[in-house]
Each structure stands twice: as C-alpha cells, then as structure tokens.
Write a protein that binds this ligand. Structure first.
Ligand SMILES: [Zn+2]
Length: 281
C-alpha cells in the first residue's frame, strides 16, 4: 500500500565511517527532553548551521545522516540553555504542516536518537561509559566493548472488517470519544502475524482471518515501528477486555466516531478503507 509515512526519514543517507568531530558544513537540530528547537518566522526550520551553535561537549551530539551531501546531527540541550533569538521549543507532533515534510521526519528521528543517546550513556553490562561507534549507529562500551543499538519496538495495528463495518476500540487512556484500531506491541517469541491475532483476541474477544500486511510507519515517540494490517472478521462476540479497552464496536462509513489525526498510520488505514482502496476480502 502506498502510504506517505510522516516519520520516514529515508531521505537521510548514512555515511560511515564517521570521522571524529563535527564537519564545518554540518546542520544541527537541538533537542531538549522530548521537544525540538524550531526557528519560527516566515521560513520555519529545525536545522541550523553548526557555526551558530556553541558546543560544550561532543557527548551530547549524535550523527543522524546526510541530507544530500550535508551531514546532520542532533544536539541534546538542557532547559537552562538560552536559545538563539527566534528559536522556540516545540513538540514534534505540533510541527506537522508547519515545517517541510522532510524536516518533520528528521525532527522525529532527532528526538528518537537523543532519547537513545540519553539512555545508553553507560554500558548495560558493566556500567562503564559508552562512545558512539564510528562505523554504524551503535554505542560501544569503552571497557568491555559491548555494543548497544538503538532500541526499536515493533507494534502491530490492524483494521478488521465485517461486511461494511470496521472494528474500532476506545482505550482507557484515550481522550473521551476517541476511537482507534486494535494495536499493540509484538512480544518476544511471536511472529507479527501471531501478534495481530493475539491483540484482536485480547482487546476485542474475536477471531480474524485473511491477515494481510499493508504499510509500516516509524513512530518515534519514543521508538516504535508501527506495522499495519487488514483482516476480516471470522467469529466471536465483541468483548472488550475491560483493562486496556473500555468499549469496542462495529462502525460503518456513515457513522464513524472521532479517530486519530492525519499524522497517524491509523488515519491512513481508515482513510484507505473509506475510499475503497483496501484489498478485497
Ligand atoms: Zn561494558
């Protein structure tokens, strides 16, 4: 399925090995916690020339990839840092439609890699400091050489059809009135197809068939990879689990409740179903 994943940072190429230090032509994005620094005004951007940024320590800088021939990095800053004039901190999701799409994807990657850097400063095996690998996206322990890669959490999302209806569920954590597709993390020891069947059974109490892959999307909050499927109802009575899921129902096109915004894979899957662009049963 064609799907323009909002956080697909595939336009960045990786150029390894990385020389130590930051090249003079580099562009930097600055991340503070889960927020990113954006220059407001008529030409908003999250990327600034490296020369404009005072860097105290290379520990807080990570390579993101190359935009054309220009290497891009993320710099982690603390709340006490004074931002350059014209820059403010913003959540990445709030930047959708306000900065170029390519930069939105880079912003997502920047907060994800900053989080990865923050949580892997020390070796999980022996507790010694780590350093970035110069040959791949990884951290190496300076003592025992244990490698730590960026964490990626695969999660499935599935649009279940029953005649002219789809299954939507309201999670306990969701805003009032907001419904979504069944979704959940893949567990160790299971295939993603198994995870689809299990999540539908757990959240809605029904069985499905014809599970087919449709699209995927990086979701960098903080490190998910959403894997989208379509499936057909096979049997059972809707029974929300009452723990994660408060209510579940079948909805036709004329009676859809409030569902997640355009930026999400959920929206893309429902939108394809509305316009009749999903595979036949
Ligand atoms: Zn170690």
């Amino acid at each position: 399925m064609e799907h323009s994943a909002r956080f697909d940072a595939g336009s960045l190429t990786k150029d390894y090995p990385r020389p130590p230090g930051i090249p003079e032509n580099a562009l930097l994005s600055a991340v503070c916690g889960h927020e990113i620094c954006v220059r407001t005004g008529c030409d908003p951007t999250i990327l600034m020339p490296v020369s404009r940024v005072a860097m105290e320590s290379l520990d807080n800088i990570q390579y993101l990839g190359n935009l054309g021939t220009v290497p891009c990095y993320v710099l982690e800053i603390t709340g006490s840092v004074e931002l350059p004039v014209g820059f403010v901190l913003s959540s990445v999701r709030d930047l959708d439609g306000k900065i170029p799409d390519e930069e939105l994807a880079i912003a997502g990657l920047a907060v994800q890699i900053a989080d990865y850097n923050r949580t892997t400063r020390f070796c999980g095996k022996c507790g010694t400091r780590t350093a970035p690998s110069q040959t791949e996206r990884a951290k190496i322990c300076l003592s025992c050489h244990y490698m730590t890669y960026a964490r990626l959490s695969p999660a499935i999302i599935v649009l279940v059809r029953k005649e002219e209806n789809i299954l939507l569920v309201h999670g306990k954590q969701a805003p009032a009135g907001r419904f979504s597709l069944v979704a959940g993390f893949v567990e160790p020891g299971e295939t993603i197809e198994h995870a689809v069947h299990r999540e539908v059974r757990e959240e809605a109490g029904i069985e499905i068939l014809n599970v087919r892959y449709l699209a995927s999307e990086p979701w960098p909050f903080p490190n998910s990879l959403m894997i989208g499927f379509v499936a057909d109802y096979a049997g059972g009575i809707l029974t929300p689990d009452g723990i994660e899921i408060e209510s579940a129902g079948w909805f036709d096109r004329a009676n859809l409740p409030n569902f997640p915004p355009r930026i999400s894979l959920t929206y893309a899957l429902i939108d394809r179903w509305i316009s009749g662009n999903l595979p036949e049963h």
